[in-house]
Design a protein around this ligand. Structure first.
Ligand code: C5P
Length: 256
């Protein structure tokens, strides 16, 4: 099955808490972004039509990576929200000859531990009738009990980093959305344009994943069970976890 990859990497990673964007943090064998793309390029022989990496306008790091010379990889400049950055990536796919009904896999530049097995499961889901109709995303059932916190005002006088419980959210049927998320080029473009229009209205906000934009137009994407190792590097502890996962995979490959 032919597909394109869009890798949004234009975020500033403010929650990570250091100067450099988190996608350029070092891991064994390469930076976070290089690991994020590796599983796609390993499978590149047949089905991959091309990769578009979406960069911040001030990015000077990407061009220094060997990946920048890869024949299937091109770059474009992102926007103020993830949705705007992905939309810029979709424009670049179209400019490279992508057809409206072709699949685009959107994968966070900050997820360095995607496995070949997860990628295979996602692509297999796209061949099912539900996948064909609305696309699919990797996701994980929520294991912890989930609490909603009260607003900060309800915590008046308390320690700012502590929160007060407002409610327990039943976790039945709740999944955490991971990436890649796969949708057809035309459908995802229409959904993100719609989402950004709504976000521009007073009180509106941009969607935090692609599936949310598809759902808003009535789509029902497939949830494909992913791996708990497919971590998004958001905090320094996530980087340590990712390093451990990659080291143990490299170790296993050496012993195979
Ligand atoms: O901010 P968050 O961790 O959810 O970002 C997820 C992905 O979206 C990251 O790879 C980040 O670089 C990207 N992003 C982007 N453009 C933005 C904001 C986030 O490409 N304006």
């Amino acid at each position: 099955m032919n597909y394109w990859v869009v890798l949004p990497a234009a975020g500033r990673g403010e929650r990570f808490g250091v100067g450099a964007p988190k996608q350029y943090e070092a891991l064994p064998g390469g930076v976070v972004l290089e690991h994020a793309l590796a599983p796609f390029l390993r499978l590149s022989s047949t089905d991959l039509r091309g990769v578009v990496v979406v960069l911040g306008s001030a990015d000077t790091r990407f061009a220094t990576l060997p990946l920048a010379q890869h024949p299937q990889v091109t770059t474009t400049t992102g926007g103020a929200s993830r949705a705007a950055s992905v939309l810029a990536g979709l424009d670049a796919v179209r400019a490279r000859g992508g057809a409206e009904d072709e699949w685009v896999l959107v994968h966070d530049a900050a997820r360095p531990c995607l496995s070949a097995a997860e990628l295979g499961a996602l692509l297999a889901a796209l061949a099912t009738p539900a996948g064909q109709a609305s696309g699919a995303l990797l996701a994980l059932p929520v294991a912890d009990t989930v609490k909603r916190a009260a607003s900060q005002e309800a915590n008046a006088g308390g320690t700012p980093e502590l929160a007060v419980v407002a409610a327990t959210v039943p976790r039945d049927g709740l999944w955490r959305a991971l990436t890649p998320q796969a949708f057809r080029l035309g459908a995802l473009t229409a959904a993100l344009e719609n989402a950004l229009r709504l976000a521009a209205a007073p009180g509106g906000s941009a969607p935090t994943d692609e599936a949310a934009a598809i759902e808003a137009l009535g789509g029902a994407p497939l949830l494909v069970p992913g791996s708990p190792y497919n971590v998004k590097v958001t905090l320094p502890a996530d980087l340590e976890f990712a390093a451990t996962v990659l080291r143990s995979r490299a170790e296993r490959t050496r012993h195979d």
